[in-house]
Design a protein around this ligand. Structure first.
Ligand SMILES: [Fe+2]
Length: 475
């Protein structure tokens, strides 16, 4: 959908600019600020997200498909500088050169001749369109999508430096875009998914020199679509929702990747608790079915393993995120609820809903609380009368209370928590969130005091920023 006529009509959602291609790239510019930034905020928020939703005349189908753009908000001396640049992935370069979509994405396949389709069975070409998350891996910054092809970029210039494919011994085309980092062990963890007669999830570590080591391989007859996983001090936790694929349907597919998956609620959800040190599956558990994209945190309490996940009743949430629907006036159902699963040593699992309100894109004080008991979760939320993620929420898990930030006509993205450098309180710091202002048709970076959840400042971007997914702050 071209920019230009941005007045929304009866047939357009008020937030359609969040799903409209952004052609402008800004090298680095000082943003006008309202309010005052804390002087200790000296670092950069790096984010990624889809920003081109068609190539030539060919549209992408789904929010998760669009070509990735990097955004940087750099804080220094009370000022904010902003830059944005398309990730020059192979998927992007090929698309620009050919004038049409080149690589298969989550819910979009390029047009192919029969010969090309057969060739792709034998020589599958994966996308490297890192529109999901950014991560620092062995001191290098990478943009991630859900394949084995992270793309390295320079955080100072947002220049793309090239694909940093996982090592050949990390099998499988699919990999999570939500790696964990274990501060005590000074290593990262991630997983890949290998399809075959005997499909397997491979959990692997990434040490400080970038060396990747498989620590466990879990066979599965029907692989699940799994977007993230859990981590405690000793364990990694996979939660397989029953949104499953027959690997051979995928191999000989006539449909985009995710359309080969089927909802099988009778199978329930399978939890696998894997010990980091030995790779042993120390516990498995089953619960009634649910679907999830995002784990929040996980931790151990005595002999129990507690896993906090944003739970949706089923996988229809994926259907609601097709671009045609998101740009229409049909509201999105606010179905995500933070739910705590307690898995005891016998493999019995119980659950408890922690959030009385909808929540997605959960964040917490990861640097200090990952894998440990924690009190506060932040997320994007939807007002009861809302049509999309239109507010921010802070959950106090100890007091069972919540606080929200909401302004009419504003649509905020993932809230990133930044701890104050010498603060001791878990919520001592700020929240950073990119907000679309539909009245002004621009976006701004919102800075909230994380403790009071009130506004400290906002920095006005020069354009509307398409809705992204994830980012991180690097001090
Ligand atoms: Fe995600």
């Amino acid at each position: 959908m071209p920019r230009g006529d941005t007045r929304h009509t009866m047939s357009q959602s008020p937030y359609h600019l969040g799903f409209t291609t952004l052609n402008t790239e800004v090298a680095s510019t000082n943003l006008p600020i309202h309010g005052t930034l804390p002087p200790w905020l000296q670092g950069s928020l790096l984010r990624t997200g889809p920003a081109r939703f068609e190539v030539g005349d060919t549209p992408y189908n789904h929010w998760f498909d669009g070509l990735a753009m990097l955004h940087r908000f750099e804080f220094a001396a009370g000022q904010v500088r902003y830059a944005n640049r398309y990730l020059q992935s192979q998927a992007y370069r090929e698309a620009m050169a050919k004038g049409t979509i080149s690589r298969s994405e989550f819910a979009t396949d390029p047009c192919r001749t029969l010969f090309q389709r057969v060739a792709s069975w034998f020589f599958p070409v994966l996308t490297d369109n890192g529109c999901v998350n950014v991560s620092r891996q062995d001191q290098e910054m990478v943009a991630l999508t859900e394949t084995r092809l992270p793309v390295q970029f320079d955080p100072a210039t947002l220049e793309t430096l090239g694909v940093r494919e996982y090592a050949p011994h990390i099998k499988g085309p699919v990999a999570t875009a939500h790696p964990h980092y274990d501060r005590a062990r000074r290593c990262g963890y991630a997983y890949s998914l290998e399809f075959g007669w005997r499909s397997q999830y491979h959990l692997f570590s990434i040490d400080e020199s970038g060396r990747q080591t498989v620590i466990a391989s879990l066979p599965t007859d029907r692989p699940a679509y799994m977007h993230s996983f859990g981590m405690t001090e000793r364990y990694l936790i996979l939660a397989e929702s029953p949104f499953l694929v027959n690997p051979f349907r995928l191999l000989f597919r006539g449909q985009p990747f995710i359309r080969n998956y089927r909802w099988r609620p009778d199978r329930g959800v399978r939890f696998h608790v894997v010990e980091k040190e030995t790779g042993r599956v120390v516990r498995t558990a089953e619960t009634p079915s649910f679907f999830a994209f995002h784990h929040a945190n996980a931790f151990e309490e005595g002999d129990d393993v507690l896993v906090d996940i944003i739970v949706h009743p089923d996988a229809t949430v994926i259907d609601q995120l097709y671009l045609d629907r998101l740009r229409s006036t049909t509201p999105v159902t606010a179905s995500g609820r933070l739910t705590r699963f307690r898995i005891d040593p016998t493999g019995k699992a119980t659950s408890e809903t922690l959030s009385p309100v909808s929540i997605e894109l959960p964040r917490f004080d990861y640097a200090r609380r990952a894998g440990q008991r924690y009190r506060y979760v932040y997320g994007a939320a939807q007002e009861p009368s809302g049509d999309f993620l239109d507010s921010l929420v802070k959950l106090d898990l100890d007091q069972n209370e919540f606080t929200t930030w909401h302004e009419e006509g504003h649509y905020p993205g993932e809230p990133v928590f930044v701890a104050a450098p010498h603060g001791s309180g878990e919520d001592e710091g700020v929240i950073l969130s990119v907000v679309l202002d539909t009245k002004n048709e621009t976006s701004f970076l919102l800075v909230l005091d994380a403790a009071t959840f009130t506004e400290l400042a906002r920095a006005e971007a020069p354009h509307a920023i398409p809705f992204g997914f994830h980012g991180n702050y690097y001090g």
